[in-house]
Ligand binder design. Structure first.
Ligand SMILES: [Ca+2]
Length: 283
């Protein structure tokens, strides 16, 4: 019944590279939940799958009536890292309640998830970018050594959202999207993957401002394969890419601020992004 008005958007395929992954594996999922019903709901995520997995229910909080909300869920599932490639199916249960105590149960929405464990190191190399000595053909960005996955450098780009000395007028908004990009020629093969690490951050928010949005995305040929809001942390993304064509990977970081009180900016407000350890593989 509840499935008539609650929908859960989730990428039905997760790719995990067993050649470089923590043991146990703890996948992170992003759910875009739409509550199209007449009342506010509280939703709890539960899951079931093969016996190797351990699942922990996660209370996702309130989903107001008529609204869409994106949630990133961690620590909901873990499994020992397999040493061979395999694919497993997990069923997500989004249990809907009408109270914050998660007792008045209304119904659930089910969603199936395929977890693909792949071994990138067993595949052929299209490209490896570790930014050891140069920017490896990426558009924009310079080398930086303040954060990296493989020493001594990563690719870095900083963009100014609001400059020091800039006049700020109440109710105005300022936004900036910073990006770096590279294209890869993928051979005619049966499958291909890209794996990279990304990170972003912004400077101290000026006292006159509030943050409207702040996120990072990774796109493959314009399709978003990663959306994150957590700053100051490396995020690993593994994604299939099309074969026998050119694939463009775009990493973006965006910050939008709203001026709450007029004033003069006392310092530069920057949006920063880092990329490192890019591997593109096929077989
Ligand atoms: Ca590096």
């Amino acid at each position: 019944m509840v499935g008539k008005w609650v929908t859960a958007g989730v990428d039905p395929d997760i790719y995990i590279d067993i050649s470089e992954e923590d043991d146990p594996v703890k996948p992170i999922i992003v759910l875009e939940i739409y509550n199209g019903g007449p009342q506010n709901l509280y939703i709890k995520l539960e899951a079931e799958g093969p016996e190797e997995w351990t699942f922990t229910p996660v209370e996702l909080g309130q989903f107001p009536a008529g609204e869409k909300k994106t949630v990133t869920v961690k620590n909901w599932a873990e499994r020992p890292l397999p040493d061979t490639e395999l694919t497993e199916t997990i069923t997500l249960h989004l249990k809907c309640y009408t109270d914050s105590g998660y007792t008045d149960y209304l119904g659930e929405v089910k969603q199936s998830l395929e977890v693909h464990f792949i071994d990138l190191e067993a595949m052929s190399v299209v490209d490896d970018d570790d930014f050891t000595e140069d920017t490896e053909g990426w558009s924009y960005g310079v080398l930086a050594d303040d954060h990296y996955v493989t020493p001594p450098n990563s690719l870095y780009r900083v963009s100014t959202v609001v400059g020091s000395g800039q006049e700020l007028y109440a109710c105005e908004t300022y936004s900036r999207e910073s990006m770096v990009q590279k294209s890869f020629d993928i051979p005619d093969a049966s499958e291909a993957y890209a794996c990279l690490y990304v990170r972003f951050a912004h400077g101290d928010i000026l006292p006159e401002l509030s943050v409207t949005w702040c996120y990072m995305t990774v796109e493959v040929n314009g399709k978003t394969v990663l959306y994150i809001t957590e700053t100051d942390k490396w995020h690993k993304v593994v994604t299939p890419v099309p074969v026998n064509t050119t694939v463009t990977i775009t990493v973006k970081a965006a910050l939008r601020v709203h001026v709450e009180t007029s004033g003069t900016a006392s310092w530069d407000l920057d949006i920063k992004l880092w990329v490192d350890h890019v591997r593109v593989r096929y077989r």
